[in-house]
Design a binder for this molecule. Sequence first.
Ligand code: AMP
Length: 444
Amino acid sequence: MSFEPLGLIEPLLRTLEALDYREPTPVQKQAIPAVLKGRDVLAAAQTGTGKTAGFALPLLQKLTMEGSQVAANSVRALVLVPTRELAEQVAQAVQQYAQNLPLRTYSVYGGVSINPQMMKLRKGIDLLVATPGRLLDLYRQNAVRFDQLQALVLDEADRMLDLGFAKELDELFSALPRKRQTLLFSATFSDAIRLMAKELLRDPLSIEVSPRNAAAKSVKQWLVTVDKKRKSELLLHLYRERGWDQLLVFAKTRKGVDELEQLLLAEGIAADSIHGDKPQPSRLRALQRFKAGEVRVLAATDVAARGLDISELPRVVNLDLPIVAEDYVHRIGRTGRAGATGEAVSLVCADEVELLAAIETLIGQIIRREDEPGFVPDHRVPQTAPGGAVLKKPKKPKVKVIPGAGKGKIHMGNWFEADDDKPKAKAVRAVPKFGEKPKPTKKR
Ligand code: AMP
């Protein structure tokens, strides 16, 4: 099926041909006609599904067809996104899609000077991509007005809430005209997202092109507990001992990704990396080399890994657990695709037990633990239990005095983390002799 039956106008069809988009993706097939008709849309779709064109093409068409002039400082369509990276990416895509249309598109986000953005907004913008914080700043300074606004897109709505934009969003929503078209895209659907959708959308068309919250059944998930400082060593060990072939490794920070890549290269393993500090061409090159099999281990951060489409990847390793539990589902969704079985292995240290409990609550299962001989951690990772419970160590070590027994203290706790292993030789309250009045305990 080509794009023509979806009702797109000739300049857009020409653009799509130039971009070599031969047929619409599933989300585009459903979203384009609905948005053209003016319907609200609620879509479960992540990056990589073609969702940007799914909302941008019909909105750009509507803005063009209506032909009205955008007033000074006004915006006719607004796309809210969680991060600067995504703002850039979406704005670039929109600009491409609008190349044959007489429209002004632009993006605003924080972390850069606000003045050029104010200047640019003066003439008015047909479609503006924005992060919530900066947009609110601009609004408060009267640099942007919403009275001409007719369409609002919330892109990666779950991510916006995860990043703590709920208040900014509320303030923005109350500044927007009530009569408008609203499209909400989210990879996952928490109660907060459902509530937001209920409040903002009117009789929306629901589109689902990716499984919700559920970790793919075909992915075998397990974890190894390990001390934080030995994670990379364990990764190398597992890679060699188990004869692992290609793997995608997730680390929490850009620095962590860089360090891992350096270590792997120093060990003679073909490795590459993708993260937000790397320019787009080198990210793309890393991905292509990985897909072509020239790279055995690709290290990545979550931000950069969103949108990666790698089919038939046998294994994903979490060198660090993600801060946001939903990212675990995205990460392991990179393997076990299209019916293939995959494996997701997490290297978990004691500091990460709360993150682990949150992930297990989200996926509704306790991840199987395996000990790796030689790597059993000094800092034990507390057991987790269904419902997100962490079976904590006792608050204070129980210490009992045995009269005349050398140093006089025996460690009676169930288990302790290494730092607690040597209970401090603080006096246990003296037991009064028979007939003696107990001494009052000093208040600390
Ligand atoms: P998105 O999910 O919107 O971030 O899009 C993911 C990637 O797919 C982007 O690089 C788009 O340029 C590309 N893309 C989107 N729609 C199509 C299509 N119909 N045919 C080919 N590529 C597409």
